[in-house]
Ligand binder design. Structure first.
Ligand code: KG4
Ligand code: ZN
Length: 363
């Protein structure tokens, strides 16, 4: 079985062809980073137009790379939410048109399900596992029990973890995207022997019951500290790097604490978890991985991260989620697939999960 996947819910236009033997026959990602960078964040209208301009050519390239003709595809899967609605519509409309023309099933995939199942594509983790999904748009803890069976244990009440890095970097004048810039600045501060605790940044939610996250207070505190430490209106480099280190330490501590709570909550449930999986762009951060390694080890579980290409937004995970749904027989309209499926800007993976306290809940 060979499925074409389309991803267009944020600022990556991506197309992949994956088979049921876990082979990625094509796996293309076009980042729109340079188009959004001047604005310091993703501009939805620019994103949608850019997807529209690139998608057809990218599909042609993916087919050529896989050495396939369109009619050799068994199904078309596209991200149908959650995400920026303009971009989602571009991908869904293209996917439906192809499915109709080729007379193949159209699979409307929840982007979060793509992330949730990516560790089964590579390295091939068995159910059930705990997933910490940390990216620019998502910050969730999910117990992944089976295809279509996800229990959300925690989510952010305000910003996502990647957003905290991005907004923090903006405050410190470190550019966009913020995560890699903060990590580099933090490494400089560490090498210079700066003590991150000296900045007194808060660690929101640390030690509180439950598994929810909050990062907006951290951002406000960072702004205040940056103002206090500025000299003649400018933040000295040493202070900037020290604040980057303090921010990274706070985020790592909060992620580790919330994940530990989720593992404790899951410990009593059967069957036993097979792994702690971390996915999303923030999973690239070495300090965060180190903190999560410790938490996993304390619970006698391996920490598994899909390869970075599968961790950040991509279409292979969408095609793979399509394959898993087809194999599990979850493709009828009762499950929301098919040509009549309407794109959903918000689409929780676990519809039974309560709204997080005080939340304008993401996804
Ligand atoms: O998964 P992703 O590529 O896209 C989505 O947001 O869905 O994640 C991008 C996010 C950005 O917020 C970026 O700052 C963050 O991941 N990120 C990092 C690092 N690399 C990327 N955060 C911390 N440390 C990093 N090394
Ligand atoms: Zn994503």
């Amino acid at each position: 079985m060979r499925v074409l996947g389309i991803e267009s819910s944020c600022d990556e236009t991506a197309v992949a062809i994956v088979d049921d033997g876990r082979r990625r026959l094509a796996d293309l990602v076009l980042s729109q980073l340079t188009e959004h960078r001047p604005f310091g964040g993703v501009v939805p209208e620019i994103a949608a137009r850019s997807h529209l301009g690139q998608l057809d050519r990218l599909i042609a390239r993916a087919l050529a790379q896989a050495g396939m003709k369109p009619h050799e595809l068994d199904a078309i899967a596209a991200t149908a939410g959650p995400g920026l609605i303009g971009g989602v519509l571009v991908g869904v409309t293209m996917g439906k048109a192809m499915a109709l023309a080729l007379d193949r099933p159209f699979l409307a995939i929840n982007h979060l399900e793509g992330h949730a199942l990516s560790a089964r594509l590579d390295p091939g983790v068995a159910f059930p596992y705990l997933l910490l999904l940390v990216s620019g748009g998502h910050c969730q803890l999910l117990r992944v029990e089976g295809v279509g069976r996800y229990r959300r244990l925690g989510t952010t009440v305000d910003d996502a973890a990647g957003e905290a890095f991005d907004k923090g970097a903006k405050i410190l004048g470190l550019g966009y995207p913020g995560g890699p810039a903060i990590e580099q600045a933090a490494a400089r501060a560490k090498a210079a022997g700066i003590d991150p605790d000296a900045y007194g940044l808060p660690r929101p939610m640390l030690g509180r019951p439950g598994c929810d996250f909050s990062f907006s207070g951290l951002k406000t505190a960072l702004r205040q500290r940056a103002q206090e430490r500025a000299a003649d209106g400018a933040l000295p480099e040493r202070e900037r790097d020290g604040l980057a280190l303090a921010l990274q330490e706070s985020i790592a501590a909060v992620l580790a604490d919330r994940t530990a709570h989720a593992l404790e909550a899951a410990a009593a449930a059967t069957p036993r978890l097979t792994a702690l999986v971390v996915a999303g762009g923030v999973a690239a951060n070495q300090r965060i991985r180190q903190a999560l390694e410790q938490v996993a080890r304390a619970h006698d579980l391996p920490l598994v991260a899909p390869p970075s290409r599968l961790c950040t937004d991509n279409a292979a995970m969408i095609a793979w989620a399509g394959i898993e749904r087809l194999e599990a027989g979850l493709t009828d309209s009762a499950h929301g697939d098919g040509l009549d499926f309407a794109a959903r800007p918000r689409w929780p993976l676990d519809p039974t999960a309560p709204r997080a306290a005080g939340a304008g809940v993401k996804a």
